[in-house]
Design a protein. Structure first.
Length: 205
């Protein structure tokens, strides 16, 4: 099997888990990048390249009155290139703490934004393309052991992700509702998240 089995009594279990993840990494890519089938069908694990998000909501300000953006049918390319920078395993409670580095993420989808920057209303709807670099993520996986045919299996019940983006560059079609005058301006938006910046460029014909 391409999945390395790690013993819970292994004093270096974290290294064993990391090695096992590296071995299955090619399986996480789509059939366009590796021979089909993609993912790990026997474990019901789908490919993560691209990662498909049906809806992503970002809001800032009281009652989301200052900034609200909704992304739909977003495809994320690059998550399978993750680098594990840290791993801590709590076997007693079946909790896994993972630190990741994501060198580059590329987003492609649709957006709907309604915001106000100072006195300038920012509204639009259309295609979006974005590029994020120097990203890090702190992930917490919580699982539970259950029995199946007399054997122990691990089922993950929840996942928490704290994603920090170094640089974020966005191209938005039809920003300002297609207004050609406003569409010539580049709007720089500083998202109120420490260490995160976002540049928004309306795309002109």
């Amino acid at each position: 099997s391409y999945i390395e089995i790690c013993s819970r009594n292994d004093p270096n279990i974290e290294n064993c888990i990391i090695n096992s993840i590296e071995k299955v990494r090619p399986k996480l890519l789509t059939g366009l990048m590796v021979p089909c089938p993609a993912g790990i069908p026997e474990l019901d694990v789908p490919p993560i390249e691209p990662l498909v998000l049906k809806e992503v909501v970002v809001s800032r300000g009281a009652n989301a009155a200052i900034f609200r953006a909704v992304g739909s049918n977003v495809k994320v390319y690059g998550p399978a290139q993750f680098q594990i920078t840290g791993l801590k395993v709590d076997l007693k409670n079946m909790v896994f703490y993972i630190n990741l580095k994501l060198p580059e993420l590329y987003f492609d989808g649709d957006y709907d934004v309604n915001a106000r920057i100072l006195i300038l209303p920012l509204r639009g709807k259309g295609p979006i393309k974005a590029n994020a670099t120097d990203c890090t993520a702190d992930v917490v996986l919580r699982g539970q052991v259950y029995k199946k045919k007399g054997e122990d299996y691990l089922r993950f019940q929840s996942i928490e992700i704290d994603l920090k983006i170094g640089k974020f560059h966005v191209h938005l079609d039809n920003l300002f509702g297609g207004d050609k005058v406003l569409g010539k301006w580049m709007v720089i938006v500083a998202i109120t998240v420490p260490g995160t910046a976002c540049s928004v460029e309306p795309r002109t014909p």
